[in-house]
Design a protein around this ligand. Sequence first.
Ligand code: ADP
Ligand code: MG
Length: 386
Amino acid sequence: MKSKNFKEIIAFFLILNLIILFIGCNSEHSVKKLTRDELVQQSDTILNEQESSFYSEEQSQKSSAPIEEQAQELSVYIEKQDNKLIGSAFLLNTHCEIILYDENDKNLIYDTFDICRDYENRLSCKISSSEISQLNHRTINQVSDSTAKLLQEALTYSALSDGALDISIGAVTNLWDFTSDSKIVPSQENIQKALKSVNYQNIQLINNRVIISNAETQIDLGAIAKGYIADQMKAYLVEQGVNSAIINLGGNVLCIGTKADNAGFTIGIQKPFEEGHIAGVHLDDFYQSVVTSGIYERFFEKDGIFYHHILDPETGMPINNNLASVTIISEESTTGDALSTACFVLGINKGIELINSLDNVHAIFLDQDGNLYFSENISEELKIDV
Ligand code: ADP
Ligand code: MG
């Protein structure tokens, strides 16, 4: 009898709890309880149950995205683990995470993910209302200051890598689909046609005005935008007084300061296609960004042939040079993202040559046979575990 009463009381509180969670909201973030499985499904990531709470933050009204895009919700999962506050969200088509080591304020995580989403809405060529899509449709030719700054930087890296990184590659990347299960290999005819529009020199920037000289040229900032967005997220957190944090945008890792015990962060370089790390990079208070471009990030296999998402701007096909990944360690993540893609396309020799010609940047190349190659002087500035 006693245990029945007890069960009834527990059931009552559980239902009450669910109702409170369902209708609960705070002044800044309207929240609605969703099932945890929905986020796991989206992000393909198993999240720790410990001390966890799950919220769905509805898209804020400030975005100028059209109705169908505004209807999307940003799901943010937050958990407290020891002294860390860990936020996860599916953004930029990948699993993103923010770990705060010296803060307890969940709003910092919500606001930083909001910044991430705002930049994605502005920069993604897959979102029809973005500035990049509007440039590609030739419906605008003026862009915001931040987009102009990123375009300028992207053009600089395109030139620096002699077009190995080429942000005018959009007509070619549009032919490929590495995110769904469609597994379509574009026809050579379509690839050859699209390649005619690829040349970063077709894009010119005069202040905030973008001049695209070839009518077919399409911009794709996919190789650099994640790094840039990580830098903006970091700038916001630093401005808010955060001293110790990690921003991880699907493997693009950017740190703030050191851990609570003043030890620098150690970031693992993933083994391709399997669990575990091939090397660990110890960061200090200057080198805070670790970005990897790899064949295992987005790919499909068709008729026994492996196709991955880093394309050769000369052929329009996945670059085939026996590399598995390139990791760039730098101060800023924009640099790391641009150079990791550029070096992947350049290959080991030319890639290492490029990195050696630059200050304050290091690289680790991994080939498909498991061999590691390092840029010059890396061990003088960084401790690497292999
Ligand atoms: P990830 O997006 O996995 O971090 P990268 O930073 O290497 O990987 O960027 C790959 C993306 O960049 C592709 O999905 C595509 O949109 C675009 N891209 C592919 N090849 C090139 C290239 N040679 N130059 C510029 N952009 C590229
Ligand atoms: Mg990149």
